[in-house]
Design a protein around this ligand. Structure first.
Ligand SMILES: [Zn+2]
Length: 154
């Protein structure tokens, strides 16, 4: 296969590939994070030691300056480590499920019967110690988890 039509790698990309990565992050190291965090469209799937965004999975070949070619899979979201023996598959499965879980949590919070999905108490409930505008006790914990996933809390 001719390499003339293949994309060329920058020195930074080549170094990252040499370190074992197969795709570049959206925000290069050292740059500030945007004010509003978004994530790559799901669903995400596990493939080897990587978690990939299924809508973007595609096999690609790239050419190096020396004429060599490398094949890799586009759509990489995360390379997963075990952080303890044998835990990589479990860690990968959990990470891959994250977009779907976030979507479901948003649906659950939106369908809360206590606050009609507004997230706050609509009336005073003196016997329950609640006032108008207080966080809804039924879905507050779910909304906190959503906020963490959106980068608004830690
Ligand atoms: Zn609620």
């Amino acid at each position: 296969m001719s390499t003339s039509n293949l994309p060329r790698l920058t020195d930074e990309q080549r170094q990252a590939l040499d370190d074992g990565y197969v795709a570049m992050a959206g925000v290069p190291v050292g740059e500030e994070l945007p004010a509003t965090l978004t994530h790559t469209q799901g669903p995400w799937i596990v493939k080897g030691v990587g978690v990939y965004a299924q809508p973007f999975v595609r096999e690609t070949t790239i050419g190096d300056d020396d004429g060599t070619e490398r094949s890799y899979t586009e759509g990489l979201v995360a390379l997963v480590y075990s952080c303890g023996q044998g835990r990589m598959p479990g860690n990968a499965a959990l990470i891959a499920a994250a977009p779907t879980m976030l979507t479901k949590l948003r649906e659950i919070a939106k369908e809360c019967g206590e606050c009609s999905g507004n997230g706050v108490v609509a009336f005073d409930y003196p016997l329950r110690g609640l006032k108008v505008g207080d966080p809804c006790p039924q879905c507050e914990d779910i909304r906190e988890v959503i906020a963490v996933a959106e980068g608004k809390q830690s």
